[in-house]
Design a protein around this ligand. Structure first.
Ligand SMILES: Nc1ncnc2c1ncn2[C@@H]1O[C@H](COP(=O)(O)OP(=O)(O)OP(=O)(O)O)[C@@H](O)[C@H]1O
Ligand SMILES: [Mg+2]
Length: 391
């Protein structure tokens, strides 16, 4: 990726002594698609507002192209924003909604008014209609458009000013799942076609993984991890990230030596190294990295307590010595069956203990409501045993 465009250095934001962003350090490269991802209230919008200039950090610095811009107002930054409530002008058609910003005279550095000609406005609006795939819609009232089409008008309206950076705050939040997926591809395409830096906010991890060059995972006003989608998924830094990104079984373990981790008093080969001898650790095992084998061939043995059909696979909850794991499998193992599992060395991911240790990664609650039913379900097995006596 190319050169650095924006940098937040030790940015803290406090409201009435309540710290909502705690010394954020982050840089964003030119033409990068960077996503701020985290649960509600973690500080995503606040971070975006600081970058856009709608909020000044309580302490710390914001740089654009190497220049400190803390005091530069939003309209003087080469940054545009698509807010979640993007509020198109209902009385204007698609064309005029997109042209709106272009008709406002700009003041150049010498204080001179610059007005675009109608011809230039037309050329720019038509170009944007092409980019967002809305050619032929220019005369349509925005109120007659679908949610996804309105969203694309909002994006065209923000891009028509040719900002270097586009900030998008949960722009797809109001759309249904199918449309969301279409728009994710569309946004990625637009970003690449126009070569613009996108800073995107979402609390949807799938969306973040699908679209981004870089994902910034936040919690409680702090950055937990910055990395590519693959880094964040495969090498989560702590139990919070492992839990927030995808499904994770997170188990208490001990790193016996490089390449050897112990869980449930058994030693397993893994690829992780660099921990102290006998260091207590958190071990992540993804549900798709567990192979089900006959009970007597398993490295661990457990009992299936819950099965959910998910289309592509079954999500099964398996009780290992009182600890419940989520396993994803294409083979059905019915409730009550005793299974063995195998995990390859690269199926383990070992993490340092953190403030999040013990808070995530146990699927007991997942099947709690099922417990009563599964007790009932154990009975047929006993019947089955009796059945085994027949003939
Ligand atoms: N102007 C404000 N005054 C006081 N508190 C604020 C203000 N703006 C934000 N906060 C607080 O800062 C915290 C972070 O808010 P922010 O809007 O950045 O969260 P978010 O990650 O965008 O959440 P969501 O996903 O719900 O939009 C919240 O606890 C919020 O209540
Ligand atoms: Mg927000």
């Amino acid at each position: 990726m190319s050169k650095e465009l924006i940098r937040l250095a030790d940015c803290t934001m406090a409201f009435d002594d309540e710290v909502v962003l705690d010394k954020i350090n982050l840089y964003i490269n030119d033409k990068e698609f960077l996503t701020l991802l985290g649960p509600s209230g973690c500080g995503k919008t606040t971070t975006l507002r600081i970058i856009g200039g709608f909020q000044t950090p309580t302490s710390g610095d914001v740089y654009f192209d190497g220049v400190r811009i803390n005091a530069v107002p939003p309209h003087k930054r080469a940054i545009n924003t698509v807010f979640q409530k993007y509020a198109l002008f209902p009385h204007l058609n698609v064309y005029e909604n997109i042209a709106f910003g272009l008709r406002i005279p700009k003041i150049d550095e010498k204080g001179k008014k610059i007005k675009l000609s109608e011809q230039e406005i037309d050329q720019r609006v038509m170009e944007m209609l092409q980019v967002v795939n809305l050619k032929g819609f220019e005369k349509r009232r925005v109120t007659s458009l679908s949610g996804g089409q309105q969203q694309r008008v909002a994006i065209a309206r923000a891009l028509v000013n040719r900002p270097k950076v586009l900030l998008l705050d949960e722009p797809l939040g109001a759309l249904d799942l199918k449309l969301r997926k279409d728009m994710q591809n569309e946004l990625k395409r637009i970003q690449q076609a126009m070569g613009i830096t996108f800073i995107y906010v979402t609390h949807d991890q799938e969306e973040a993984l699908a679209m981004s060059d870089t994902v910034v995972v936040m919690d409680s006003g702090r950055i937990q991890q910055i990395g590519t989608p693959e880094d964040i998924y495969n090498e989560p830094k702590n139990a919070f990230v492992a839990d927030f990104i995808g499904e994770s079984n997170i188990i208490d373990g001990i790193m016996r030596e490089d390449g050897v981790v112990e869980i449930f008093n058994r030693r397993f080969q893994c690829l992780d190294k660099g921990f102290a001898k006998d260091e207590p650790v958190d071990v992540v095992i993804r549900p798709e990295d567990v192979d089900i084998v006959p009970e007597d061939q398993g490295q661990l043995k457990g009992t299936v307590t819950n099965v959910t059909f998910k289309g592509m696979q079954y999500d099964i909850i398996v009780d290992f010595y009182g600890f419940k794991w989520l396993i994803q499998t294409t083979d059905l193992s019915p409730v009550g069956s005793h299974i063995g599992i195998k995990i390859d060395p690269d199926g383990f991911h070992v993490m340092k203990k953190s403030e999040y240790s013990g808070m995530f990664g146990d699927y007991s609650s997942y099947s709690e409501e099922y417990e009563e039913i599964s007790d009932v379900d154990y009975e047929p097995e006993e019947e089955g045993k009796e059945g085994g006596n027949e003939e």
